[in-house]
Design a protein around this ligand. Structure first.
Ligand code: ANZ
Ligand code: ZN
Length: 847
């Protein structure tokens, strides 16, 4: 008898899979294709349990699809550009390129022991010139078709780091790294014209039936379609050439309740007034420090400045409204100006209370006209309301009807125009960074902005850069910028902006279909492999990454790099939950928390006996030290245990809590399966008894595991496998039946525990690799529970039981019962005095 040794088994089978190239995808077979993809990782240098869970899920599906006769594409790569490499360069003087490739090598080494069914021949990193060169080609094609353009835009500028910050990098108005007050600056930036596709991106969401509803909703909200009214409020006196102020409102039903106007600090009128109003100039300057993030603006205190100007109320010519400049009005939404209706908008009410402005009801609740002092009345737009002042003077029931009617009325009056707006802005892709894909254009004094020639791609990043001075090293490089103008040949300068790293991840799925092609894609390959049949990743990518990918798939189709059918690149999407762990905490002498690694805790104590406080499970995070390192788990228990555990305890969309006890139990179970298989292999042939229960349990397992794997019910599949294992362990069936059962068990487990399964399969004489063996098929007849177990009483005492078909006749049941060993013995050759069969319940024999 041998013991389960994951270490021996796992490397052996990984080698066998390699040798047989079982995971190398090729489209030259007549099998149906299946493309499964997990969101590729950022090469931080260490894999974590979240990776293990994500990739194991993809792996289960990939392996299952191989077994069910599919031609599977399951690739892996690295989302390798981005800030951390530059931060490392600044912090430890590393070269971003070396740092990144070293991390990739380390992570690949940590990942490979997991035994994932990945076609490593397709691996690439987005920082490979072969990849970003094709991205540059794609960019040039998009430039030609007008999908990319340049414009001035307000950005967050960090005056210390001398760099543009993303909105997420501005924290409370300060640069996340430097801590300096962030300024708003206008710079010329590159943009993708995603807003042109807003309507289409919104409508197509309906077709994404195999996406989580919550992701579709998040995308819908992000795109933010709204229909409203655009109209002008006349200034009582012209000012700096402005006769009126144009606003966009989605609540024209509240027009009668308008009590003030508010301009963005960057509104042309506000800027004009600034010139001769130093107080306003100071106010605006102060507001601009907040940065450009909508979320920041939402959180910030509402502040305003009264310009002293007034406008005419459009419905009540005898009334005027004051014009304010307010920090919460965005310049790049609608018209950059609003009318405020404090009665029906909380933000406006907060503002009105602060600056003592009027609050005027347009409607009240049907049965209650009292107003809560500091709460705006904002019923659902479809709720019936009682009108106090309906702008069009119409008899309408709800806000929605009033909105529609007011737009029509305003249009008829020539007062304004119905307009559809989207929240979705064009995607600014310029980054003033080194470690990204260079934007392949050249600035020429005579020709202006000139696209680089495709023949000169890739425009490579220079390796000799330094990070000792803040700012973009590409700007400072002594020679990198110099190049001939692609149009006139005169000396010119390269663009030093690089692309947002979201660009890199917006088309990698397409590149995997032909990763070495000398064009961005190979249409034949893309046509064969696309779409991604199953995409798996974190919910944190629900909005930007997926939206940008959907935009890119469309752009790539327009530029001839993807076929029509790939317009929505991901047929099905699954967002997995996190791996969590308890947090162990003590406090230092000043009462500050000190965290401890799980491996340093035994029975709630540190090695020196100090009790630790246990904080309930939370997302694994290095800062809280509640992490378990996959590498050490694999070396302690093997990859199969880690894989089995992350799949077993919770539904995959929920969080799973990692516990040492759970990992231990998973390992014990796998050892048990190994032992059962070993025992069966070593057992004598024995009597060929039939065990209907075992057969039935086997078919149930086939059925449930198949359904479970197909519907992301991995934990349910595993629960069924536990039950099957128990039945098998207790079974008195003959060797042949048990062999069949344990081989089936190994097959059903193989997507989750591929190494152990291969080992069992081979030991029990399975043919070839279990990985490529055809998936077992359940016999539907065996799934119906059509037998009953009847106890047999002899002279009132329970002596045996029989399993019989439910519909067996009384006579047949009697005959079967009398043939049982225990009954035969009791009768000792004589005939029974009496036999009573209660169908479905019991057999009584009196001797
Ligand atoms: C008057 C009003 C009254 C509004 C009311 C709302 C409630 P959505 O629906 O998200 O598209 N708005 C318009 N442009 C703005 C800008 N540049 N910055 C900040 N706010 C702006 O938002 C449209 C509503 O947001 C508009 O409708 C406008 O305020 C405000 F009881 O107009 B509303
Ligand atoms: Zn030129």
């Amino acid at each position: 008898m041998s013991r389960y040794s994951a270490a021996e088994i796992e490397s052996k089978w990984q080698e066998a899979w390699n040798k047989a190239s079982v995971f190398t995808a090729s489209h030259k077979t007549d099998r149906p294709k299946y493309y499964v993809l997990e969101m590729f990782p950022y090469p931080s240098g260490r894999i974590h349990m979240g990776h293990v869970r994500n990739y194991t899920m993809g792996d289960v599906i990939a392996r299952y699809k191989i077994s069910t006769g599919h031609n599977v594409l399951h690739p892996m790569g690295w989302d390798a550009f981005g800030m951390p490499a530059e931060n490392a360069a600044m912090a430890i003087g590393a070269n971003p390129r070396d740092w990144t490739y070293q991390n990739i090598a380390d992570m690949r080494d940590q990942m490979k022991p997991l035994g994932l069914s990945i076609d490593w021949s397709r691996e690439f990193a987005t920082c490979d010139p072969e990849y970003y060169g094709q991205q540059q080609a794609l960019f040039l094609d998009m430039l030609e078709t007008g999908l990319v353009y340049r414009k001035n835009a307000v950005v967050n500028w960090d005056p210390v780091d001398m760099t543009v910050l993303a909105n997420e990098q501005v924290i409370d108005g300060k640069g996340w790294r430097s801590g300096a007050d962030v300024e708003r600056r206008e710079l010329t930036q590159w943009f993708f014209k995603i807003s042109d596709m807003a309507e289409e991106l919104l409508e197509a969401l309906d077709g994404l039936e195999n996406w989580p509803a919550k992701v579709r909703l998040m995308q819908e909200n992000w795109i933010g379609k709204s229909r409203g009214l655009q109209m002008t409020f006349d200034l009582t006196a012209p000012e700096h050439g402005h006769d009126g102020i144009e606003v966009y409102t989605t609540r024209p039903d509240t027009l009668a309740g308008a009590s003030f106007m508010a301009l963005s600090t960057d509104h042309p009128l506000s800027r004009a007034l600034e010139a001769d109003n130093p107080d306003l100039a100071a106010f605006n300057a102060d507001c601009r420090k907040l940065g450009t993030s909508e979320v920041e603006l939402e959180k910030a205190d509402k502040r305003g400045f009264d310009t002293g100007l007034t406008v005419q109320h459009p419905l009540h010519p005898d009334q005027t409204l004051p014009v304010w400049v307010a920090n919460f009005v965005l310049m790049d939404y609608g018209t950059g100006a609003i009318f405020g209706c404090p009665a029906h908008d909380q933000r406006d009410l907060d503002f009105a209370r602060k600056y003592d402005l009027n609050v005027i009801d347009t409607f009240v609740a049907m049965d209650d006209d009292s107003r809560v002092e500091n709460t705006a009345y904002v019923p659902p737009k479809t709720e019936k309301v009682r009108w106090i002042d309906q702008p069009a003077g119409l008899d309408v029931a709800t806000g929605q009807e009033a909105i529609d009617a007011t737009i029509d009325w305003a249009e008829a009056q020539g007062m304004g125009e119905g307009k559809t707006q989207f929240r979705l802005r064009d995607w600014g892709l310029s980054r003033q960074r080194y470690w990204g894909c260079p934007i392949p254009v050249v600035h020429c004094d005579t020709c202006g902005v000139v696209p680089e020639k495709k023949g000169n791609l890739p425009v490579r990043l220079p390796d000799d850069v330094s990070f000792d001075i803040p700012g973009n090293p590409l700007d400072r490089h002594p020679t990198w910028r110099d190049c001939p103008c692609p149009a006139c040949g005169a000396p010119a300068k390269r663009e030093t902006d690089t692309m947002d790293t979201f660009v890199d991840s917006s088309w990698y799925y397409a590149r995997f279909t032909a990763p070495r092609a000398e064009t961005p894609t190979d249409l034949d390959e893309a046509d064969y492999w696309m779409n991604v049949d199953q995409y798996i990743g974190g919910i944190e990518h629900a909005i930007l990454h997926l939206l940008y990918s959907r935009f890119f798939a469309r752009a790539m189709q327009i530029t001839g790099h993807l076929p029509e059918k790939a317009i929505e690149p991901f047929d099905a999407l699954f967002t997995q939950g996190m791996v969590t762990h308890e947090i162990y905490q003590t406090r230092d002498e000043r009462g500050r928390p000190v965290y401890h690694l799980p491996e340093d805790i035994a029975d709630g104590k540190l090695a020196d006996g100090t009790e630790v406080e246990i904080i309930p499970s939370a997302k694994m995070s290095k800062s809280k030290k509640n992490v378990v390192d996959p590498v050490s788990i694999i070396s302690a228990y093997g990859a199969d245990t880690a894989r089995w555990f992350v799949l077993s305890d919770s539904p995959p969309e929920r969080d799973v809590e990692w516990t040492a006890a759970g990992a231990e139990a998973a390992h014990k179970h796998l050892s048990r399966v190994y032992r059962i298989a070993d025992d069966i292999a070593a057992s004598d042939t024995g009597p060929q008894a039939v065990d209907q229960d075992l057969l039935r349990e086997m078919h149930k397992a086939i059925n449930d595991v198949t359904l479970g794997v197909e519907s992301f019910g991995f934990n349910a599949a595993i629960a069924r496998l536990y039950a099957f294992t128990n039945t098998l362990a207790k079974s008195k069936a003959g060797k042949a039946a048990k062999l069949e059962a344990v081989k089936t068990l190994a097959q059903l487990m193989s997507p989750m525990t591929p190494h152990l399964s291969e080992e069992i399969w081979t030991r029990l004489g399975g043919e070839g690799l279990i990985t490529t063996a055809p998936w077992p098929v359940a016999d539907p007849a065996m799934l119906i529970d059509d037998t009953v177990t009847l106890p047999i009483q002899i002279n009132g005492k329970r002596r045996a039981e029989i399993s019989v078909p439910k519909d067996m006749s009384k006579d047949e049941v009697e005959k079967t019962a009398l043939a049982v060993d225990a009954v035969q013995k009791a009768l000792n050759g004589a005939a029974p005095k009496k036999v009573i069969v209660v169908p479905g319940r019991i057999v009584n024999v009196v001797v």
